[in-house]
Ligand binder design. Structure first.
Ligand SMILES: *Cc1c(COP(=O)(O)O)cnc(C)c1O
Length: 393
């Protein structure tokens, strides 16, 4: 049996999105900036997508900047706010310790340029409180950026409350909503967000396309032509934008039904995995995305677990950064207080409405088996069992 349980990394493209992608590439080949009729037809298709996306997100069409994905949107939001802040002598940014690297690494760069960055702790539940933001902001804060839902442990943040604090303090607020859009209701106004990032391939659209919604004027990251009202140069990737719009429309239309199905499978998976001795669910159980299952298993290495699960047909993720050649465990798991040795034994399963009950049953049979197999070979597990080392979980 083959089980795809890595939807937070990238979700399979919806067939309807794939179809509109091909149709658009064929039919709307003109450049939307060209004045002739083929160009104008493409431009009209682009504005249809902008209007539809705006309607689905509760914002105005002119607030949408189509980008190459979530990373670009995050980079642009933060860099634009930093440059605007710097002009006013404001060089302090508030964020959290468990943001995506598309946020954290930009903040690292700004730090090198003299910005002061406050990364709020997220506690063992993996949730930052609006009160923490209130206490952290200062007169020289030029941006607050807090993700909507974490990509590793799925925890959902009180974004609207944080946005309300920022509104009150008149500080620009950006949220990386890449894991949320298409999965939970997202209304930019209701969230009190000034800027919001999204990415198509997390909700059944193509890779390499996304958007930054911005209520504030933002300077371009990519300089060149006047596309996107001068906020993002480059000929628009129309087939990808149309396919993203199709995927978003369908995701929103099917959200309630899909959510109930995914949640039921997820709850069964969590309950079943909890029966494995010396393991723990990562992050708050209630305030989390309905498709997210993230566990730490003591005494094993997440990478070995992934490889053996892959052999058994289960495509999962570890949520750790070991693949990049570094042996550092995930910054997210460290942020919720997991010690290094435990953070290494992580497993992330992210479900979609395409998963089935049979697949859940299969995973509940295979995962405990593979965990036990690895533990039987693990010197760390032997030490834990003999009492030479103390269990953390
Ligand atoms: C995937 C992801 C990104 C990056 O989006 P890309 O479109 O892959 O660049 C940013 N933030 C979060 C939370 C993500 O899950």
């Amino acid at each position: 049996m083959n089980v795809y349980a890595d939807n937070a990394a990238t979700a399979k493209m919806r067939p309807a999105a794939l179809r509109t992608y091909a149709e658009t590439a064929e039919k709307y080949f003109g450049n939307p900036s060209s004045l002739h009729s083929d160009g104008q037809r493409a431009a009209e298709e682009l504005s249809r997508c902008r209007a539809k996306t705006a309607e689905l997100l509760g914002c105005s069409p002119r607030e949408i900047i189509f980008t190459s994905g979530g990373s670009e949107a995050d980079n642009q939001a933060i860099v634009a706010a930093a440059i605007a802040g710097e002009k006013k002598g404001k060089k302090h940014i508030v964020s959290t310790a468990f943001e995506h690297h598309a946020v954290l690494h930009v903040l690292d760069r700004l730090k090198e340029r003299g910005f002061e960055i406050t990364l709020l702790p997220v506690g063992e539940r993996g949730i930052v409180r609006a009160e923490q933001v209130r206490n952290a902001v200062r007169d020289d804060t030029c941006l607050v950026t807090v993700m909507f839902a974490n990509n590793e442990i799925g925890t959902i943040q009180p974004v609207a409350e944080i946005g309300a604090v920022c509104r009150e303090k008149k500080i620009p607020f950006h949220t990386d909503a890449v894991q949320a859009v298409g999965h939970v209701p997202v209304d930019v106004n209701a969230l009190n967000a000034d800027m919001l990032s999204l990415s198509a391939h997390k909700f059944g659209g193509p890779r390499g396309v996304g958007a930054l919604v911005s209520k504030l004027p933002v300077r371009p990251l990519i300089e060149g032509g006047a596309q996107e009202r001068g906020r993002r140069a480059g000929t628009e990737n129309l087939p990808a934008i149309v396919a993203m719009t199709t995927a978003l429309e369908l995701s929103v239309a099917e959200m309630t039904e899909a959510d109930a199905k995914i949640r039921a499978m997820r709850d069964k998976l969590i309950a079943g995995l909890k029966a494995v001795p010396h393991c723990a669910l990562n992050g708050d159980e209630k305030s989390r995305l309905s498709g997210n299952v993230s566990f730490c298993f003591e005494g094993i290495e997440g990478e070995s677990l992934l490889l053996l699960l892959d052999e058994a047909g289960i495509r999962a993720s570890s949520g750790s950064a070991c693949t990049s050649g570094s042996l550092d465990p995930s910054h997210v798991l460290l942020a919720i207080g997991r010690p290094h040795e435990v953070a290494h034994g992580s497993l992330r399963l992210t479900l979609s409405a395409d998963n089935t009950q049979e697949e859940i049953d299969y995973m509940l049979k295979e995962i405990p088996r593979v965990v036990q197999y690895l533990r039987d070979m693990s010197p760390v597990w032997r030490d834990l069992q003999s009492g030479k080392r103390n269990y953390v979980l």
